[in-house]
Design a protein around this ligand. Structure first.
Ligand SMILES: [Zn+2]
Length: 247
């Protein structure tokens, strides 16, 4: 009897040793996302591909221009002569980004339009879209002004820059410009193949096709907000450009 028990005890001991070896690796925390390279794994949506080769990361050029929180607010300040159609186009552009962020990051990054709420709340908005006549130079359609933390002020001009040759200034085009500028405000730079790309962050639209809020725009934002998806301490985005061929 005693002799027969030994293999059983050995078996139990072996099982204990094995379980000690195996269990820790099986309960290891799943990585929440890489700090560099492919960030597509944290994205919970499927957007169209774009023809951007890569996307510049704004904070690489303007250190400090990235967000340290994720419940972002945005307000529109328009000059009194802005038409209803134009204002609607701007708010629609904001709504488009809000929906895409919600869907693609499962609510982890939000953009809330606080226009028309309490004055104090509007004033404290992270991002303000200033809709102003004749802002900037001759070819100017929109511009993101970056502060020491983020790009809180976006200027979108309300009269048509003559050089754009798009008279009248259709609300659709104004909406596209707003989408592009909000992309900057969130931390995206331009497409590396700037003039050929119809990505939202390229300059190829509208001549080469409608702008595309793309897969790569969202993947690059996951790269910008890497601190969030890693669950790590706050840190600036890594060195770009983000390579759009990664996913
Ligand atoms: Zn731009």
């Amino acid at each position: 009897m005693r002799i027969k028990r030994i293999p059983i005890i050995v078996f139990i001991l072996a099982a204990l040793v094995l379980s000690v070896l195996i269990v820790p690796s099986s309960v290891q925390a799943k990585p929440r996302g890489p700090s560099t390279g492919n960030t597509a794994s944290v994205v919970t949506c499927h957007l169209p591909e774009s023809n951007a080769e890569g996307l510049e990361i704004l904070s690489n050029y303007y250190p400090g221009y990235w967000w340290d929180h994720t419940d972002l607010t945005i307000a529109v300040q328009a000059h009194p002569n802005a038409s209803e159609d134009q204002l609607e186009a701007i708010h629609e552009a904001i709504a488009t980004w809000s929906e895409v962020l919600d869907k693609c990051f499962d609510g982890a990054i939000t953009l809330t339009d606080v226009t028309g709420t309490l004055k104090s709340e509007q004033k404290a908005a992270d991002i303000v879209v200033h809709y102003v006549p004749r802002a900037g130079g001759v070819v100017f359609g929109g511009y993101a002004i970056c502060g020491d933390h983020g790009c809180p002020n976006i200027l979108v001009r309300s009269d048509l820059p003559p050089s754009l040759d798009r008279d009248p200034y259709e609300p659709e085009y104004l909406g596209w410009v707003t989408l592009h500028e909000i992309g900057h405000a969130l931390g995206l730079g331009h497409a590396t193949n700037l003039l050929e790309s119809t990505d939202l962050m390229g300059y190829g639209w509208p001549d080469l096709g409608d702008p595309v809020l793309s897969d790569c725009d969202i993947d690059a934002l996951a790269f910008v907000f890497a601190w969030l998806f890693e669950g790590s301490d706050l840190h600036p985005p890594a060195e770009g450009p983000y390579d759009c061929s990664l996913d």
